[in-house]
Design a protein around this ligand. Structure first.
Ligand code: GUN
Length: 285
């Protein structure tokens, strides 16, 4: 049987560390979340982030907008939040129902971009400079490392619909000595390509897509899919994989809770980066 990677337990430990760090700070770090429209999944994600942030002592603000709000109205709010010294992290819940996502993300001060989506943060990661890294990528790496398997020289694929999601993760894998690459869902002979790799990260949104015959014996499988089937949340990994993979991070209870925990850590890291920037400004000025 496969060993189950316990993402929820790892998340608990990361949140305890976040609490400890915050208890030593002079002021609590602040997080502002922008939510547009009434998509139930987005509402649920925001409420989970709110609850987790408050539980570790982060000051939290939420800005709700109707789904027809103009892009420039969101950008105006972001510029205001960029200037606030009590707000260290800004998150815009995606997808936006029609607004210009790229323009909205680009408006966030890169030092407050706790999702790590800003082009400057993406570039910094590629160049090995300190910046903010997407929490989901940090969570997936932590899940892989928690197997305590030797990772140098391992081959990984990140199966998805869009390479944007995989890029930061592939960078982190490279740092750990893993040869990772993006494998589009629409690849020909995808089953054969999957069968030969040591690590599969899958985020395609097709319930039970990855079956036993597609995975190498003993491999590490990280399920990032969330599919609602008859009110239940199901991942992209089929139940029959639990017999042949070496390690599985399941859905629910895997990457989700750990991503929220790393998001909170990013708020603390953002506060630190902003304090460093201020100190540099003071010295320079
Ligand atoms: N929607 C789905 N995943 C994410 C995420 O990681 N960040 C944001 N802001 N929105 C999301």
């Amino acid at each position: 049987m496969s060993e189950i990677i316990r993402g929820r337990l790892l998340a608990q430990k990361v949140k305890e560390k976040a609490s400890q760090k915050i208890s030593k700070m002079k002021q609590p770090p602040g997080l502002a979340v922008i939510l547009v429209g009434s998509d139930p999944a987005s509402q649920l994600y925001v409420s989970l982030k709110e609850k987790a942030a408050k539980a570790v002592g982060i000051y939290f603000e939420k800005y709700l907008y109707e789904e027809d709000v103009q892009t420039k109205e969101l950008i105006r709010r972001i510029h205001e939040l960029n200037k606030r010294e009590d707000i260290h992290g800004i998150l815009v819940q995606l997808p936006l129902p029609g607004q210009d996502e790229d323009a909205v993300i680009a408006a966030i001060d890169p030092l407050k971009d706790i999702d790590g989506f800003h082009p400057i943060n993406r570039m910094k990661l590629k160049q090995g400079e300190p910046g903010l890294v997407p929490p989901v990528s940090l969570a997936i790496m932590k899940l892989i490392e928690s197997t305590h398997q030797p990772l140098r020289g391992k081959i990984a694929v990140v199966v998805g619909n869009n390479p944007v999601f995989s890029e930061p993760l592939v960078e982190l894998m490279k740092d750990a000595g893993i040869a990772g690459s993006f494998l589009p869902r629409i690849s020909s002979a995808i089953e054969a390509k999957l069968r030969v790799v040591d690590i599969v990260v899958i985020a395609i949104g097709e319930a039970g897509f990855l079956t036993k015959d597609m995975v190498k014996e003993g491999s590490i499988i990280i399920d990032v899919g969330t599919n609602k089937i008859e009110g239940k949340t199901i991942g992209d990994v089929h139940a029959n994989v639990f017999g042949s993979a070496g390690f599985i991070s399941p859905v629910p209870g895997g990457v989700g809770p750990l991503t929220v925990a790393f998001l909170l850590m990013n708020v603390i890291r953002a506060e630190m980066l902003q304090a460093e920037e201020r100190a540099r400004g003071t010295i320079a000025g």
